[in-house]
Write a protein that binds this ligand. Structure first.
Ligand code: 4GX
Length: 262
């Protein structure tokens, strides 16, 4: 995967490149990451990249010529690249899109600043508009890092990329189970016994159950979108039976047991 980031603050990516799995992926040559200084494509002694908006109003707009110059230069270097503009108006970045992007040969990530970029840049030079979430950033750089980070860990060969990508796909729409490491007891809290048992089938069953229950408690919306395996159906049915048992045994006649009643 070849990433190219267009920004007026390329230095922001220096520490991103220098740490963790991204650094390892770079060292293993599973990814490449280059930056283009948009200012280098600006004219004049001051290399201005922004200007006042036609029609008036506060804030500035990114001038089209430097940005178009930077995009064309990146496209010339990576003709096969998908060109992405970071903007709150784009489609929401999710794991499924990360997986699609990981299948590309190259990505050009365009980071705007100010109130936005001149509308005429988008039409011919941008393939895709992506938002990393419904909030307003001061620039697209953090969005570009989010995308590169999520995509990098899916690239085959990066920390067993194929394997963990497959696992992610399997566990899509399911939260991770709890994790534990040494010591066996921490501040009076023990590690669940089953995890020390060495019984791998039982450990896998516990993990699936822990994931399902956690997803039900924290992100019920995810379960609504998700087909259930027969094993998962069995787990949820057992919980359901258990809850029904508690209700039927402990609900006194005349006591309001509807949801929300104290
Ligand atoms: N997910 N921003 C981009 C300037 C801008 C506006 C419009 C192009 C078109 C954001 C987000 C985000 C703030 C980055 C505005 N550039 N990017 N910037 N949310 O909020 O990606």
């Amino acid at each position: 995967m070849k990433f190219t980031v267009l920004s007026i603050f390329p230095e922001l990516f220096d520490s991103f490149r220098a740490h963790g799995m991204v650094r390892r992926a770079l060292e293993l040559r599973k990814i490449e990451m280059s930056t283009v200084q948009i200012r280098d494509f600006a004219e004049g002694r001051h290399r201005v990249t922004d200007d006042r908006p036609y029609g008036g109003g506060c804030g500035m707009v990114m001038k089209p010529e430097p940005l178009a110059g930077a995009i064309r230069s990146a496209k010339a270097r990576f003709p096969e690249a998908r060109t992405i503009l970071l903007t709150p108006q784009g489609r929401l970045f999710k794991q499924g899109l990360a997986r699609q992007l990981a299948a590309e040969k190259a990505l050009i990530l365009i980071c705007g600043r100010y109130e936005g970029v001149d509308e005429r840049v988008g039409l011919n030079l941008v393939d895709d508009e992506i938002s990393i979430g419904d909030y307003v950033l001061t620039g697209g750089e953090l969005g570009a890092m989010v995308i590169m980070d999520a995509v990098t860990r899916l690239v085959p060969g990066v920390l067993g990329g194929e394997e963990s990508a497959q696992k992610d796909s399997f566990s899509d729409h399911l939260l991770e189970h709890a994790h534990y490491t040494r010591p066996r007891e921490f501040e009076g809290q023990a590690v669940p016994e089953v995890l020390l048992s060495g019984n791998h089938a039982e450990i896998e069953r516990w993990r699936l159950e822990a994931s399902l229950v956690r997803t039900f408690l924290k992100r019920r919306d995810l379960l609504h979108k998700r087909p259930l395996s027969s094993e998962e159906t069995a787990i949820l049915t057992r919980w359901c039976r258990e809850i029904e048992k508690i209700i039927s045994l402990n609900s006194a006649p005349g006591v309001d047991s509807s949801p929300g009643a104290e």
